[in-house]
Every structure is written in structure tokens, then in C-alpha cells.
Write a protein that binds this ligand. Structure first.
Ligand code: DGT
Ligand code: CA
Ligand code: CA
Ligand code: ZN
Length: 577
């Protein structure tokens, strides 16, 4: 056990004793001991092993703690801690961490209201039961509710798209700070992960304090978590954390490389550097033999000094990027402006908000050359899904509309046809046969066991009229797990039957995910990136899909709707569609 692990044991012990209402002097002794151990600059295990030295004589430790440290070092745990953990319910500890509550009040609430979870506590507050307890008032009650909301939101990672909004606003605000000469967002945001835990901003400023003051003056700041000389952390939008680090200009590239991560990527970079006699950290690249600094100002220099290319941030996960770099095979990742079509969108005929013409005009504005209108089928009653009759009517309208868009935009007569719970398609084959483009998707029976839901999707893939499986795993990020579907089997079948798989670009879906996309690429299954737009603004989510595609290592060649119409139709013919 290292010093910080031992210190953590005493901190927990002190916290638990506080719940038991133990002697405050004893509690303080554990807290002081923990701090003393954290401040030690040599491993406590070495001191304990040295027969000439005595742990009990170290400042802040004493005889009782020295004994307990001995037990910890030889057994790895402390019986007293295990007992205490059982005696103090977890929910009480969680409650005590809510700002303004503390151990005593938490224990009291637990005993008097029989609270078993934080949800129980929220309910009790809303029902006014907390304010009714002696020593608590209306004010405490409402501050508990606020604290609960913050704790809950702070524990959740946000969608990349939501982080991007914060980034846009904060960037705009920070551009108003004259003293900042360089600024870049790093971390998972720069790597375009589907969710972001916190934001990491790097900046070079001639006056660091002024730069921090400027960040603190951001109107959307809720609070400041901590502020030091080179780093400041604030909360925005109630709970979301933003870190800003101030670095020297000649270290900016090294810091950017380091704080972009991922950690796994950085570990691999460090290993390669070491093989070349180099050391890399957030301050620069150094020769191990004499510590001379050979790079640091730009990320290009940093990577080049270790003989590596500047990896697209989306690839920095230590998956295949180093292998590709070695073979000089880094993929030229797809770009938004390469997209020429969008093959999944809804209109006011079902749960969309705009007409076919409005969607078509908006698609042209976004540079698209072809779209598919794919409203829901009848099974999706809540969305006003189309019966065969209504679908045929919609196609008549498309026939009328088409001449207006000749040469500008091709409109496919499509459908997003449900795969029924018992298997089979929601519309008859003879109707599907008349469509230009059939998406098949699961909206009901999403919790079926693996075999059952896999069979349903395989059945759709085998249907000769189906062209593409939409949102193949059904997950909603942070909200709903993917179906239990066997994706290996789905991919194999898609390959065998010449079907497309969708990458749904909705930021809450991003389905397929990056790992599945990489697998599809390896199998040479063409991907279609679609917006699933329900109104004209919905067409703008395409860029989130493109970022996810890039994380999967996809190039334009892996994505069918980067093709122009002629080549897209050729590809479909080749697939046998
Ligand atoms: P997040 O915030 O959870 O979405 O993910 P990241 O990747 O932004 O992680 P974060 O904010 O904790 O740190 C930013 C980057 O800094 C991370 O990707 C790599 C680097 N980093 C942070 N801590 C460490 C560390 O202990 N070791 C190494 N090698 N890199 C670290
Ligand atoms: Ca981060
Ligand atoms: Ca961070
Ligand atoms: Zn849809």
C-alpha cells in the first residue's frame, strides 16, 4: 500500500467515526494522521521496514496510528474499517456529502424519515417532511434539493454536442481577453468522444491572473471549484466542470499533446519516446542522456521529434493508430463536406415538423444532392406511422414535387419500416418493393433476449426489399442500453446480403458506435451516415455523425453517401439492391 492509499483509509475512518458521533479528538487524530501521511515524501512502508526508525515518532502519527499502519501494511486492510462500513449505511454517507448537510444531519434524516436512497430524500423534501423535522427548516430543505440536483448532474457525462455549445460560448467569451495569445481545447472534447466528462482548456497568457479573472467573469459561471497559479476549475451551467491551464508558449504543444490524451495513447507515445532515448511530458520532449529539450512549442514538433505523425485527435485511443502510423497507413478521415446525401428523415406526415418541400430546400442549402424521405410505418402509432395506403399517397406527392428539384436534388421514395416484435416487416412486401429505399428498424420489443432480437434483425436483412438497418443497436447515450443484439451476426449477414448499416448521427444515438464502425470497415460493409432529422434543423446533426465516423477510422471510401448519385446507384446495383 502506498502513502495515499493508507491516508485514504484514515480519512474514511475519520468520516465514519463522525457518523457514529465518536469522540472528536479521536476523529481529529485520524484526520491529522492522514494529512501527515499524504505530506510524507518517502514511502511509509520503507520507514516501517527500517528497524532504526519508529513510525510512532513521526509528526502527526503516534502509537495508535503506527500500529494500525503496521496492520495495513501486512494485511492490506483494517478490521475496524470493515466493521464501521457495515454499521454506517451508504446512503447516509452520500447524504452527508450534499452541500449544507453534513454527517450529523444526514444521520438524523436517515433515522427519522427512513431514507434508503437519494431519491427518497428528494421525495421527502418535496413533500415537506424534511422541513418538519426539528432543526431543519424550509431553507435547509430547498438547499438540499439544489444540492441533490447538482450532485446528480455532476455525476453525468454530457453529450459531445452539448459540450460543443459550451465550448462555442466560452471560446467567444475568452477571445475578449487581450492577454491570451494562444488557446486550444484539449481532452475528450478534442478527441470528439461521444460524451465529455469535463472540458480542458489550455492557454498562453502574458498575465495569468488576468486570464483567470476573465474566465471567472464568464456570465455562465456558476461557481469556482479551485484556483491556483497555473490552473483554475469552474462550474458552468450549474454543474459542468471546465478546467483552464496556463502554460508557457514554448510548452504549449507539449501540453496540448499531453492534455488531449487519451491516457492510453499518451502511455504508448511515452513508450516509443523511451525506445528512442527520449522523455516526453507536458513540458516538452527531452533527451534522456542530458535532459536537453528538443521540442515543446507545437504539437507538430512534439510528435515529429519522436518520429510520429500528428494523429487526428479522434484516433488517439491507442487502438490502431500506432500500427497504422508504422505502416504509413493512417486513414484520411472523412470530412463533413464530402457528404452528398442523407437517407433518413421524417416529415409532417408522421412525427416530423416540416413538409417534403421544406426538407428538400433545407437539404439543398446544406449542399446535399440526394435525400430519402423515410417516415415511420404504421406500427409506430404514437408517431402517426404510415399505412400502406398513406405511404402510396406520400409517394404520389413526391412524384409531383420531383420536377421542381430536377438537376438540383434527387428525392428517394423511402420508408423507415418497423421490424415487428414477432419478426417480419410492418408493411407488405409488394409495397416495400415499390420503394426506392427501405430502412428497417426496431422500435418495439427492444428488451427481447439476444437470440430473439438478433433473429428479428437478421430476418430484416434477409428481406430482399430492405436496404439498410437504421440505428442498429438502439442505444440512447446515458438513457437506454443497446438491444442485446449479436452485432457480429448482424454484420456478417449485412455483408452476405449486400446491405448497408446506418450510422445515425443524432448526438443522443451515434449508433453505430466507433468500435462497431471500425468492425464494419474491416468487413467492408458500407456505412450510411444519416441525420434522422425530424425538422429542417435536424439536418445539421450530420457533423456529429461525421465525428463518430472519424473515431471509427472511416474514410470517405467507407461511407456510401459520400458518393455522387451515379456512383451511389452503381454501388447499390453491385450490392444487388
Ligand atoms: P473526460 O474528461 O473524462 O471526458 O476525459 P479526458 O480524456 O478529457 O480526461 P481528463 O479531463 O481527466 O484529462 C485530460 C487529458 O489529460 C487526458 O485525456 C490525458 C491527460 N491526463 C490526465 N491525467 C493523466 C494521467 O494521470 N496520466 C496521463 N498519461 N495522462 C493524463
Ligand atoms: Ca476532460
Ligand atoms: Ca479535466
Ligand atoms: Zn427515423
Amino acid at each position: 500500500m502506498d502513502n495515499s492509499a493508507i491516508a485514504a483509509v484514515f480519512e474514511e475512518l475519520a468520516e465514519l467515526l463522525e457518523f457514529r458521533g465518536e469522540n472528536p479528538f479521536r476523529i481529529r487524530a485520524y484526520q491529522n494522521g492522514a494529512r501527515a501521511i499524504r505530506d510524507l515524501d518517502e514511502p511509509i512502508s520503507e520507514i516501517a521496514a527500517d528497524s532504526d526508525r519508529d513510525l510512532a515518532e513521526l509528526s502527526g502519527i503516534g502509537k495508535t496510528l503506527a500500529e494500525k499502519i503496521g496492520v495495513l501494511l501486512s494485511t492490506g486492510s483494517l478490521p475496524q474499517l470493515i466493521e464501521l462500513r457495515q454499521a454506517v449505511p451508504e446512503v447516509v454517507i452520500a447524504m452527508a456529502r450534499i452541500p449544507g448537510l453534513g454527517a450529523k444531519k444526514a444521520a438524523k434524516l436517515h433515522d427519522e424519515l427512513n431514507i434508503k436512497s437519494l431519491d427518497d430524500l428528494a421525495a421527502a423534501c418535496r413533500e415537506g417532511k424534511v422541513a418538519a423535522i426539528k432543526g431543519f427548516g424550509k431553507k435547509t430543505e430547498s438547499s438540499i434539493l439544489d444540492g441533490l440536483a447538482i450532485a446528480k448532474a455532476a455525476s453525468e457525462r454530457i453529450y459531445w454536442a452539448a459540450a460543443d455549445k459550451i465550448v462555442a460560448e466560452l471560446s467567444e467569451h475568452m477571445r475578449g481577453c487581450d492577454g491570451i495569445s494562444q488557446m486550444q481545447w484539449a481532452g475528450s472534447y478534442r478527441r470528439c468522444r461521444e460524451t465529455v466528462g469535463d472540458l480542458d482548456l489550455l492557454a498562453v497568457a502574458n498575465d495569468r491572473a488576468a486570464a483567470m479573472d476573465h474566465l471567472e467573469a464568464y456570465p455562465g459561471r456558476a461557481s469556482t471549484i479551485a484556483r491556483g497559479d497555473t490552473k483554475i476549475s469552474i462550474r458552468v451551467a450549474k454543474s459542468f466542470q471546465v478546467d483552464m491551464r496556463l502554460v508557457d508558449a514554448d510548452q504549449f504543444g507539449a501540453a496540448l499533446q499531453y492534455f488531449t490524451g487519451s491516457q492510453a495513447h499518451n502511455i504508448h507515445v511515452r513508450r516509443i519516446a523511451k525506445e528512442r532515448g527520449l522523455k516526453i511530458n507536458e513540458y516538452g520532449v527531452f533527451k534522456i542522456e542530458d535532459d536537453t529539450r528538443i521540442a515543446g512549442a507545437t504539437e507538430e514538433d512534439v510528435y515529429a521529434s519522436i518520429g510520429l505523425p500528428v494523429f487526428a485527435p479522434e484516433l488517439r485511443e491507442d487502438r490502431h493508430e500506432f500500427e497504422w502510423a508504422q505502416k504509413n497507413e493512417l486513414p484520411e478521415l472523412v470530412e463533413l463536406d464530402q457528404i452528398q446525401g442523407d437517407l433518413h428523415m421524417h416529415t409532417s406526415a408522421t412525427d416530423g415538423q416540416n413538409t417534403i418541400r421544406e426538407m428538400a430546400d433545407a437539404a439543398i442549402e446544406r449542399g446535399l444532392k440526394y435525400i430519402a424521405i423515410t417516415d415511420h410505418s404504421q406500427r409506430v402509432t404514437v408517431a402517426g406511422g404510415l399505412t400502406a395506403e398513406r405511404l402510396l399517397e406520400q409517394w404520389k406527392i413526391i412524384d409531383e414535387v420531383r420536377p421542381e428539384y430536377e438537376d438540383r436534388l434527387t428525392i428517394f421514395k423511402g420508408i423507415e419500416c418497423d421490424i415487428l416484435e414477432a419478426g417480419g416487416m410492418d408493411l407488405p412486401d409488394d409495397v416495400l418493393a415499390q420503394a426506392d429505399w427501405v430502412l428497417a428498424s426496431v422500435h418495439f420489443g427492444q428488451k427481447q433476449p439476444r437470440d430473439q432480437i438478433t433473429d428479428r434483425i437478421l430476418g430484416a436483412i434477409e428481406n430482399p426489399h430492405v436496404d439498410c438497418i437504421a440505428h442498429p443497436t438502439g442505444r440512447l447515450i446515458n438513457r437506454r442500453d443497446p438491444y442485446a443484439v449479436d452485432m457480429d451476426a448482424v454484420m456478417k449477414a449485412a455483408k452476405e446480403h449486400g446491405k448497408f448499416l446506418e450510422l445515425n448521427a443524432n448526438p443522443a444515438r451515434l449508433d453505430l458506435n466507433d468500435i462497431h464502425l471500425a468492425a464494419a470497415k474491416r468487413l467492408k460493409i458500407p456505412i450510411v451516415v444519416n441525420t434522422d432529422a425530424h425538422n429542417i434543423d435536424g439536418l445539421d446533426v450530420m457533423r456529429f455523425g461525421i465525428l463518430q465516423a472519424r473515431r471509427g477510422g472511416l474514410t470517405a471510401g467507407d461511407i456510401a453517401n459520400t458518393l455522387d448519385l451515379k456512383d451511389f446507384l452503381k454501388l447499390r446495383k453491385r450490392l444487388g439492391q
